[in-house]
Design a binder for this molecule. Sequence first.
Ligand code: UDP
Ligand code: MG
Length: 249
Amino acid sequence: MTDTITLSIVVPCYNEEGNLAPLVNAIREAVEPLKLGYEIIIVDDFSTDKSWEILQTLGARDPSICARRLEKNCGQSAALWAGIQAARGQFIATLDADLQNDPKDLPKFLESLKHCDCVSGSRIKSRAQGDSLIRRLSSKIANSVRNKITRENVSDSACSYRVFKRECAGHLKFFKGMHRFLPTLFKIEGYRVAEIPVSHHARFTGKSHYGIWNRLFASSWDLFAVRWMQKRMIRYQVRERINFPGDNQ
Ligand code: UDP
Ligand code: MG
């Protein structure tokens, strides 16, 4: 591994004690052959199981594992944001702690990132391997409503598996539930977003933190905020300048 950090892998974690060691191993196996500097940032969202103790042990053995523990349970978006802010790499990958996202897809993401600023995973083809029919149906409905309201064409906007250039995160508006809208939020900032198909598995251990209601209801509220941002964000380009050398505002 080199000293410069090229890739920061950010993982939000809430009560994932059985998943952390296998997750870290799977990430190492996927990233080591790429011969690039990397860090694994795991944000413990105030777990009540042994996740934090396990992270302490893993971190003591391997300096590429950086962990933070939030002072109370703040939710997936907050944990994700805390990890993204701590990231030092040129590229940031985000994925879940439960191994539903497969680290083996990371090289494919990095390859696609050569042509855009953010690559977002799409589980459309693989979802049946990891999620129940009800989850798949509710996600299908949610995606089509989101696309309709935001005039978008994102097949799987809530897939947490993404890789993007670090500068993309600089101006993002972070709010609870924002992790479901990242492709659109990046586009609002003028970044180029592509989707690629990813593998999807059943949770390795433990259970989902969401039911249909806390997923769909909160998300519909957020949807209108995203639409509002698309319409109301201020965008301007300076046409000419007098006496502002080097100014690109
Ligand atoms: N998560 C978190 N804080 C929470 C709830 C979830 O950090 O309050 C993390 C969780 O540990 C996992 C990711 O967010 O890494 C996605 O959660 P989950 O797998 O339960 O969501 P699902 O895949 O069922 O949509
Ligand atoms: Mg999951």
